[in-house]
Design a binder for this molecule. Structure first.
Ligand code: NAI
Ligand code: MG
Length: 505
């Protein structure tokens, strides 16, 4: 069975643990307790592989936002968290990472069921990633430091000064995350903020709130004091927007669409919140004429089909030198049509559905627009007739730089391949985008790679690989791909304020 046979296996039943968890009463985590939303309103959650409703979660209203912000404020200003030593913060973050490891199998299953990705991928990427982000960031808690400096302040004869810069936690942080890597995105946001001593309100995406709620249980079990992490499930336009506008929130950290990133950046200006944004991409993959064809084919397939293409760094613009264009495209089409589509809990599945009906429709409409604008579908190009939200791995050729499939983020398993002859021409084409999140270069010529890297306007450039991240490697975008850098030492800038102290001695 493969993608072209159209047959989608049945979604196996989840384990009893996961079944019981998804059946739990809709609740929000506020001030260390699981509470109802006052309105009683709920949001339905679906299994993308079947289109069936699997859970209901609470829809947090303005009142719950106020309560969560008040709890986070109180926990930040005084009490056990405010008094905790950095070493104790480090230890509690490690405790949480150990609990993630303990429950790794259950978390991977839950993530697969809610997001559609395979349980296998969740168990080798998302869950260990979340664990490792907490571990890495735990170490930073004890390594935050300031500086002392000499000054030349005049006007006071004989005066001496002791001047230093302290780094302090920014305060109450609201963190709004998307649905493509729900647990990992929650970890990317929470881990550095908590290491820095902030308190958090996490709002998972409405499509995929389940692993964040399970993480909330682990946060309580790890012993984080009440109010340090609050979890509000709700819609972006209401719960998310209320957090962004709230005067009690000091900082917003957001990952999602560029469209919403712009709305958030504008809205946060009214209260002058700190804002960091990790937004969309349209990442180019540049295959030089000397590249190993087999490596480029495998790399291109992973770059665009990993996580069903729902990756901000997906290699969605594929530039191949004319000399090897036909070979690479032929190999990529072969790879695309042999990928086994299916439900995430089925062991034989290689690629799951898209996250939602809406996303499936969006991706299909991009494929249609590509066809209308003159692109040719050489692999995939359609949905699978099945209740789940499947789209076949798709390769488009005869693309040109004006097409929407080349300019806009599709966020699905669709790659636009283009041929080039001249290096200057491909550099110009690669940079001809409002986005600048990432890029990859495929070559065995070290000198060519080094010469190309500085010419690419992107926050990450991979060479002979794509989509690889590490907690020690700064991550973020040039241009419309965002503001700020997450991970590594750089992320501390997002969750701390500098305080200059000048003391006349
Ligand atoms: P989105 O940007 O609307 O949603 C991401 C998060 O933002 C969710 O938690 C959502 O509830 C929240 N949100 C939405 N509107 C908000 C508002 N006005 N104020 C505060 N929070 C708000 O993304 P969506 O609509 O799910 O996907 C649309 C497109 O966005 C995708 O096709 C893809 O191109 C892009 N996207 C990019 C992601 C990335 O990792 N860079 C992740 C998810 C989507
Ligand atoms: Mg949206």
């Amino acid at each position: 069975m493969n993608a072209s046979s159209n047959a989608i296996a049945a979604q196996p039943n989840p384990s009893n643990k996961v079944r019981d968890f998804v059946a739990r009463k809709p609740r929000l985590l506020i001030n260390g307790e699981w509470v109802d939303s006052r309105s009683g309103k709920t949001i339905a959650v679906f299994d993308p592989a079947t289109g069936r409703e699997i859970a209901q979660v609470a829809d947090a209203g303005k009142e719950e936002v106020d309560r969560a912000v008040a709890a986070a404020r109180a926990a930040f200003e005084s009490g056990p968290w405010a008094d905790m030593t950095p070493a104790a913060r480090e230890a509690i973050l490690w405790k949480l990472s150990d609990l993630i490891e303990r429950d790794a199998a259950e978390l991977a299953e839950l993530e697969s069921l809610n997001n559609g990705k395979t349980r296998f991928m969740a168990s080798i990427i998302d869950v260990p990633g979340a664990r490792d982000w907490f571990r890495y960031m735990a170490g930073w808690a004890t390594k935050i430091e300031g500086t002392t400096m000499q000054t030349s302040i005049g006007g006071i004869p004989g005066a001496k000064f002791h001047t230093y810069v302290a780094r302090e936690a920014v305060g109450v942080v609201a963190q709004i995350v998307p649905w493509n890597f729900p647990l990992a995105m929650a970890a990317w946001k929470l881990a550095p903020a908590l290491a820095a001593g902030c308190t958090c309100i996490l709002k998972p995406a409405e499509q995929t709130p389940l692993s964040a709620l399970r993480l909330g249980e682990l946060i309580v079990e790890a012993g984080f004091p009440p109010g340090v992490v609050n979890i509000l499930t709700g819609l972006g336009e209401t719960t998310g927007a209320a957090l962004v506008a709230h005067p009690g929130v000091d900082k917003i950290a957001f990952t999602g669409s560029t469209e919403v990133g712009k709305i958030i950046n504008k809205s946060a200006t009214d209260t002058m919140k700190r804002v960091s944004l990790e937004l969309g991409g349209k990442s180019p993959m540049i295959v030089l004429p000397d590249a190993d064809v087999g490596a480029a084919v495998g790399g291109a397939a992973m770059a665009i089909f990993f996580n069903s293409g729902q990756v901000c760094t997906a290699g969605s613009r594929l530039y191949i030198h004319s000399k090897i264009f036909d070979k690479v495209v032929e190999g990529l089409c072969g790879a695309a049509s042999s990928i086994r589509l299916g439900p995430g809990l089925e062991q034989a599945t290689e690629m799951g559905p898209l996250v939602s009906k809406e996303q499936q429709e969006r991706v299909l409409s991009y494929i249609e627009s590509g066809k209308k604008e003159g692109a040719t579908v050489v692999a995939g190009g359609e949905a699978v007739s099945h209740p789940g939200y499947f789209v076949k791995p798709t390769v488009l050729v005869n693309c040109n730089p004006r097409m929407r499939v080349v300019r806009e983020e599709i966020f699905g398993p669709v790659v636009a391949a283009q041929r080039y002859d001249d290096l200057d021409e491909v550099v110009k084409a690669a940079n001809d985008s409002p986005f600048g999140l990432s890029a990859s270069i495929w070559t065995n010529n070290l000198s060519a790679a080094h010469r190309l890297i500085p010419r690419i306007k992107a926050g990450t450039v991979w060479v002979n690989c794509h989509n690889l991240v590490d907690p020690n490697m700064p991550f973020g975008g040039f241009k419309s791909s965002g503001v700020g850098r997450e991970h590594g030492r750089a992320v501390l800038d997002l969750y701390t304020e500098l305080k200059s102290v000048c003391m006349l001695v």
